[in-house]
Write a protein that binds this ligand. Structure first.
Ligand SMILES: [Zn+2]
Length: 387
């Protein structure tokens, strides 16, 4: 992770770089910032920078042997500790080192912009909350004693230090006070008040604010992530409220719902002009292969379009939350959703969701649904003409 990949937070970057240049590196530091502010990627970039064989004033080189290992989060002198718990494969006595592969895969998947919930769902533990426990603390102490393998500084990253339980914290106190000279302990936290006071008093505090809107906008503009949604960058920035994770989540969710919209529109068009049943039935098969959760999301999107059409018909356009193509389509589709069919279409989609949840045969379900929709849309067309 190079500094340049981190969204915003220029002040923190400069402060960290200056500290190294001036030879003032505190051995225990606490990176404190809200979720989505980039405190973990910053810690990793800092660790990479301090150990880079070829650094320049503003960043690590990204290419030397040390950097390459840091980029993969697999440098032998980079040690991670994070909330952990029992999982499908770890039946008891969980600890960070048993989940290192998953952790590295997770960091790769999110560019080190980790969140507590996503991490827990990544390891499949749902609502269970992980802790940094006394086994982790013992491991940290043993890593401290060891000499670095090859780097100048051995780095210990403790992600979400507020999730450290009291036994673990007590075990670590002495180590936090006097780590060996070639060791850097970087604790990352979101909630200062939840960190045990004796732990936080031993660390130099580096505070992160939310990311500036301008920095989020320019990161989105510079294609750090692909923005192919129908909502604009300024809208994403506004909704993200200073969190890079939120910005990425908005893009992902929007892409997904846009996919469903395009599918639903296609389906309605086949049902609306049913001269070609071959295409409609082929499309049904495609829907049937989608998987239950996706089928439910698809039908829910359909329900919201029908709902919005009814709003349009009742001169309540302002109540519609969709925008862009979906909004335009809803307006042109609305006249055909009327007293002749609206209640039945609504019920049809709702019932389909109900049956999907109860494992109905998807092929039969979508064929039946399509045929009924063809008939109901034909009735709506007649009603619209008569108006
Ligand atoms: Zn380097």
């Amino acid at each position: 992770m190079q500094f340049r990949k981190i969204v915003g937070q220029q002040e923190v970057k400069s402060r960290l770089i200056r500290g190294i240049a001036d030879g003032k590196v505190a051995h225990t530091q606490l990176f404190l910032g809200p979720e989505g502010s980039g405190s973990l990627p910053m810690a990793i970039a800092y660790a990479q920078y301090i150990n880079c064989n070829n650094k320049v004033d503003s960043d690590s080189c990204g290419k030397c042997p040390s950097c390459i290992k840091f980029e993969k989060y697999s440098h032998p002198d980079l040690h991670f500790f994070f909330p952990n718990t029992t999982t499908e494969s770890i039946k008891k006595d969980s600890e960070s080192k048993l989940l290192l592969n998953e952790w590295r895969n997770y960091l790769n998947s999110c560019g080190a912009y980790a969140t507590k919930n996503k991490w827990h769902s990544f390891i499949g533990v749902g609502n269970k909350q992980g802790l940094i426990n006394v086994r982790d603390a013992k491991e940290i102490v043993s890593k401290m004693i060891m000499k670095p393998y090859e780097a100048e500084y051995k780095i210990i990253v403790i992600w979400l230090a507020e999730r450290m339980n009291p036994q673990a914290a007590n075990k670590l106190l002495k180590t936090l006070e006097e780590p060996p000279s070639n060791t850097l302990i970087l604790m990352i936290a979101e909630r200062y008040e939840l960190i045990i006071p004796t732990v936080r008093s031993r660390a130099q505090l580096i505070k992160f604010n939310k990311i500036n809107d301008d920095d989020i906008t320019s990161a989105l503009n510079s294609n750090v992530v692909e923005v192919s949604t129908n909502i604009g960058i300024s809208e994403i920035t506004k909704l993200a409220k200073g969190s890079w994770n939120e910005a990425v989540a908005i893009i992902e969710n929007n892409e997904r719902s846009n996919d469903y919209f395009l599918k639903f529109r296609q389906w309605l068009r086949y049902c609306f002009v049913p001269k070609n049943h071959v295409e409609l039935f082929a499309f049904n098969q495609e829907l049937a292969r989608m998987g239950r959760e996706k089928q439910k999301s698809f039908l829910n999107l359909g329900l919201s379009i029908v709902h919005n059409s009814i709003m349009v018909n009742n001169n309540n356009v302002n109540a519609i939350k969709s925008s862009g193509e979906e909004f335009d389509f809803t307006k042109s589709f609305a006249p055909f959703i009327n007293s002749a069919n609206q209640i039945e279409i609504y019920k049809l989609l709702n019932d389909a969701i109900y049956h999907i949840e109860r494992n109905a045969h998807a092929g039969i379900l979508f064929t039946d649904l399509s045929l009924k929709l063809v008939r109901l849309l034909a009735q709506g067309k007649i009603e619209a003409k008569n108006k």
